[in-house]
Design a protein around this ligand. Structure first.
Ligand code: 13P
Ligand code: SF4
Length: 323
């Protein structure tokens, strides 16, 4: 269905900050839009979303929604995945500059050359990559299903894993499969300070350390539990501990505190005490930009149809193989 974003249907004047939530809600109903948000979004963006989840859950939602418009409050590869799965829908990303260092670390032409050096390898790509890299992959995974999917692959087939070297190493350890790794990294998860973590552990000896697998090995070695954002949240819910040191982007602490107000969640600063543990891409989306994209229908994700069809296959394979 074509959604009407002509100026007559847009609000004439931008709402004030106080009016934004109601104005976004009115537009969401008018355009039959669904707002999907990742846990690393600003708290006020999470609070207005219809659904909050990790990459796998958000992909499933994007594939199954009957809304005409998907507003993806996350980063570009997430909105792109939604467009690949739902090409007939309008997919909006509040800020088109919301990229990802992992996707940037793996340019499609360099990746093609890497694949050509390993022609017999089965190619597993983490969902944090561009559509052009997905289109060159046999299977997509997320941090939530990567270990399970790799375990399902034929034992005699060599595997190439891209683009996150830290996730790849962890999957290798957990699955017992040897992986040829592309050397990409997340600028956020490689920034946590080991020294700050050790100090927090000394101060809170009963705290459990919960970590995202994009963290570097020395930090993962100190973790009591490792998993995707949703799995970290679920673990905090079911664990008997009352204090958690959270080794992932601190946006998720908003959801942890909402669901578990009686528990304590501590974030870990970056090296030199910087606040670079916040993803600079995820945080580009704001309520104002969310209102603006719903009002104007831009920026919208567009994609070449041949590329979309190629990228769809490994995503569908992932959804079929995920439990
Ligand atoms: P999740 O799939 O665990 O939500 O992770 C997405 C991401 O970008 C982590 O940095
Ligand atoms: Fe990409 Fe890292 Fe930001 Fe996740 S936290 S979107 S992997 S840059």
């Amino acid at each position: 269905m074509t959604v009407d974003f002509t100026p007559s249907t847009a609000l004439s004047a931008a709402p004030t900050p106080a009016e934004l939530p109601a104005a976004i809600d009115a537009l969401r109903r008018k355009k039959n839009a669904v707002i999907l948000a990742h846990y690393y979004q600003e708290p006020e963006v999470q609070d207005i979303a219809d659904f909050i989840g990790d990459s796998l859950e958000l992909s499933r939602k994007a594939a199954n929604t009957d809304a005409d418009v998907i507003v993806f409050c996350g980063v570009h590869f997430m909105a792109e995945t939604a467009k690949i799965l739902s090409p007939q829908k309008t997919v909006l990303l509040p800020d088109l500059e919301a990229g990802c260092s992992l996707a940037d670390d793996c340019p499609a032409d360099a990746f093609a050359a890497f694949r050509a050096e390993h022609p017999d390898h089965f190619v597993v790509s983490y969902i944090n990559c561009s559509a052009a890299v997905k289109a060159q992959s046999d299977l997509i995974c997320t941090s939530s299903n990567a270990v399970d999917l790799v375990r399902q692959l034929p034992a005699d087939r060599p595997i190439l894993f891209a683009p996150d070297r830290n996730l790849g190493r962890w999957v290798q350890d957990q699955s017992g499969r040897e992986l040829t790794l592309w050397p990409g990294r997340c600028i956020v998860h490689e920034t946590f300070s080991e020294e700050a973590l050790l100090k927090l552990q000394l101060k809170h000896p009963d705290a459990e350390v919960i970590a995202h697998p994009e963290c570097i090995q020395p930090l993962l070695d100190l973790a009591d539990f490792i998993g995707s954002t949703s799995k970290l949240l679920n673990y905090a819910e079911t664990s008997n501990s009352n204090t958690f040191i959270v080794l992932t982007e601190p946006g998720i602490i908003h959801q942890m505190q909402r669901r578990l107000p009686h528990k304590e969640f501590l974030d870990v600063p970056g090296t030199d005490g910087c606040s670079c543990n916040a993803c600079p891409y995820m945080r580009l989306n704001t309520l104002e930009k969310l209102w603006h994209c719903l009002s104007t229908g831009a920026p919208a994700i567009e994609m070449d149809e041949t590329m979309r069809q190629r990228a769809l296959k490994p995503i569908e394979a992932m959804l079929a193989m995920s439990r």
